[in-house]
Design a protein around this ligand. Sequence first.
Ligand SMILES: [Zn+2]
Length: 754
Amino acid sequence: MDIIRLVRSAASLTFVLMIAAAGPAAHAAESAGLIGFTAEAAKQQRRLEADYRAKLSAEDQSQWSEQLTASAHHAGSAQTRRNVELIAAAFREWGFDVAIEEFDILLPVPLERSLELLAPTTYKALLEEDIVDGDASSAERDAVLPSYNAFSPDGDVTAELVFVNYGIPEDYEVLERYGIDVTGKIVIAKYGKSWRGIKPKLAGEHGAIGALLYSDPADDGYAKGDVYPVGAFKNASGVQRGSVMDMPLYPGDVLTPGKPAIKGTRRLSLDKAPTIANVPVLPISYRDAEPLLAALGGEVVPTQWHGALPITYHIGPGPAKVRLKLAFDWQRITIQNVIARLRGSEYPDEWVIRGNHHDGWNHGAADPISGMVALMSEAKAVGELAQAGQRPKRSLIYAAWDAEEPGLIGSTEWVEKHLKELDAKAVAYINTDGNGRGFASVGGSHTLEAFFDEVLNSVSDPQTLVSVAERLRAAIAVNGTPERRKDMESRETLRIAPLGSGSDYTPFLQHAGIASANLGFGGESAHGSYHTLYDTFEHFVRFRDPGFQYGVALADMAGTATLRLANAEVLPFRFAGLVDNLQLYLKEIEELAGKQREDAERINKLLREDSYALALDPQKPFGPPGAKKAVPHFNFAGLKNAVATVATAATRLDAVLQPGSIAPAVLEQVNRELYRSERTLTAEEGLPGRQWYRHQIYAPGFYTGYGVKTLPRVREAIEAELYDQVDGEIETTAAILRGFAAHLESITALLVSG
Ligand SMILES: [Zn+2]
């Protein structure tokens, strides 16, 4: 029983205070060993970590942040060049071998943006964000990118407007019941509930010819809190920029899918690039959205569709008629990743990779610089320790990625370029991005779940001085759903979330099959500045992480993980956690199929019995849903058996992964096979219709974008009602899992015979 559990059962305040008073060294798991280390090596590692932690400086982070956010630094900008130089020089000073790796990519920037309401009244959208008091950065005009959605096509479209709520699949089902067809129309959708690129994709698939996106004040404006500059939330002029590239198909340079965007790579022609959005799309402020929405007629929206603007929301179509005109410079630019290497003392050909992007939409103080300066803090401390003789055993690669915002481009091109070497050498990839105040958040490969639980137990929360694991457990106990609470109580370790997409871990995990994690803090700082002109240093130090306390905590958390991965005798991959999560996903999918079957049967029965005709208001044009496809019973046995096979193999392997007991002759091979285990969860042929995504456990949803779909072949076939494919996808996924189990058994065999 560890100290955390004692504290919880005793609930003794004095005891808690005693621990806190002992300072950050007295962490919950301190007395225990470390996964992958002998008891003696664990002691040494703890000492190293204490030295490491002592070197982390909030002052450093604040200074770097001010420098890196001095001007807008989107990919290709002058400030980006300066930042690359600054970051590269810093890494060199800290003893790293630094390379700047360039790629030549497509990045459209706006030449013309105009939006007009033509009828029944007229309004010309301002498409400008205000200069606000106390934020000098918001006055910068020359260097900043105007608000736009990168990878919208050019277009000049005039049509009636339709309000589509969040523009996600279920919203179109509601529109269908109203008998509203968006064919030939321009849709206006709220930001939220899905990744933004899904909205124009769905609009286009439903026949719309253009799309407008806006942030309703109900979601991150005055309905949530005071708006900027009084508070942190979105003011009337703020606009969320962002990419609408079809990243669920493939991320990275749109012209070079699966290949690095370097000299000699054949490029697609612009009109053949499948990830450019299919309709022109523009993000606007709620100040610009309000007159458009107010001019809509037709039915009043369903209750759940209302936003917080002082109008009655109508669906349309019309009489509001708008003209949207967009033209872009489809330029090719050179992007620059900073790659800093620290050669490992014992295993130079095993790489632990740490990354954060450096490009922002504008000043990008929260996204990405808050994560970038935490990474720099970490690299500085690790570099200094190495110079003082405490060099990590495995090689470290610190990466500052360019062009993440337009579509994970810098990281994707780098992974595509180095795929072979990464396949052989990459142990794990740890990502960070924007950081905030609050609770630790860890998403990642479940083979590292026990490992990250231990890391979270070793890092102090700066506000409460308990471990960030303890604080997270308390938050779940207080605010979690009953299900989440029960789940937490039933397991030894904190569950880590599976990764979908949304930052630079995607090419590592889902293309290259490298075990990955995404780390950050959040939950106590507001998000109204996300991708607006107001993601500035001024905003950040007032509302996001004053004093960079959580910047230090992030460097602590990510650095602790990096150093343990670098120094562990036996790499800390353990497989029981993966099994438990696979069982959970399988159960979810069975329940999904069951629910879909029940729904279909119920709806079809109600249709047969004419119940909708009787229940619905005959004076309103809200009709019955369409008949549902009958859902057959699927045979999940193959998948269940495969998970059971993995469970057996995992139990056997976990039991013999004892540091100190492995013959030196096989240790290196065991470690290599451990980190390569994630590769065996991938398939060369990728996922159906998207070959680039190779991982068979985790994928971003084809119609959710960032949201993860676990066991994606099976889950998405059921969701998309492709019922005749489900049994085949079950078998394909089962075969992958059997291969994975065989891989684990081969490691066990090595250990037992060695
Ligand atoms: Zn970011």
